[in-house]
Write a protein that binds this ligand. Sequence first.
Ligand code: TRP
Length: 457
Amino acid sequence: MSNNTRENFGSKMGAVLAAAGSAVGLGNIWRFPIETGQNGGAAFIIIYVACVLLLGIPIMMSEFFIGRHTHTNTAGAYRKLAPGTPWRWVGRLGVLSGFIILSYYSVVAGWTAEYTVLALSNSFDGKTTADFPAIFAQFVSNPWKSVAWMLGFMVVTHIIVVRGVKSGIEKFSKLMMPALFVILVILAICSVTLPGASQGLEFLLKPDFSKITGATVLNAMGQAFFSLSLGLGCLCTYASYFGNDTNIGKTALNVSLIDTFVAIMSGFIIFPAVFNAGYTLSSSDIGPSLLFITMPNVFGQAFGDIPALAYGVSVLFYFLLVLAALTSTISMHEVVTAYVSEEFDMNRHKAATIVTATCSAVGIICALSFGPFEGVKIFGMSIFDLFDYVASNIFLPLGGMLIAIFTGWYLDKKIVRDEISNNGALRVPYLRIVFFILRYVAPVAIAIILLGQLGLF
Ligand code: TRP
């Protein structure tokens, strides 16, 4: 558990890109457009951005200063800051959530890899609207393919994590994130210049406030948490590798801006193309099947006049998803690996191997819940859905709420002030607002989300 051998990120830019890599993921390119589609477009986006600014950034700052102050894994961090108290369970809950989310997230990440290969081999060409649901159903129910892709994704994640913080996570984030931005901008330009794109743009840019209900606000908060990687100590673990001169407020702002930019750009890619291809938003086309049933068809139809363009856009789109998913799986793996390695005094390689093996075993069960285990239902949900529900609807908000209470009420104010201002070196005029949010606004708002998710509100 000695900290003197611990690595740090080599540069501030590397730290921002790694944290942004964690935040930018399937949540941005898949979940965000679905939520936007189902919750009224621009009006949802405005509420979402408000949630990011008001709740997301202060809680992200909390994760950052807990990690940076203690320079240890998330469970160790609470043990150090609140020795002998039950607060250590907040860290452990985070590690458990990271483990669960990594297991099922890798399954969907594996699908994006399969679809990249399908796009590369031009398999979507000549298919009609009726073919895509069958292609997807056949793929996910084929136990071995789905399992093999999940394992492949886990192994690549493992290889990067084992290489360490600087030459693994940081180096790959510095390669993957700029590639992701370039692809994102190319795809958005292609989509926005389609004939009929204006309908999609209007949907994204012209708010209709009559669509906003209590549920919209709850969904926006939940989405902000998932998308910013908050509540399970992912960013706390990354911050434990920040240098002492990293500006925590500025880093949280940058990571949140990058994450929100990617989400909104994904909307600019998806909606103009979806409208161009004649889909309606009221249909289930915008539901969870969006990425694997609607989009391959949409690209073929929207860009069908120029087959090479349809091909290029499909390949780039699925590759974008692979990159986004990979930088996120790395961050979840790191939470658990840092915990196992530091709390059980094990070298990083061995710890990562244990994490990869156990997560893969659980991932196999999740992957098979679309095939042979389809009939297994717990509380009426498949294993995959149950994990998603428990981890992202219950554990994440619970973790976020406890983090806000911990930093707002329990932690010595001096520690918070010193961390945010780098021991007085930075001016932090926003400190009082951050405190106010962490003490009052965030716990109440998140308690409402949590009750809403549980159907009690
Ligand atoms: N934020 C990522 C996404 O948008 C997923 C993710 C990575 C995550 N680490 C997390 C979600 C920690 C919640 C907590 O896809």
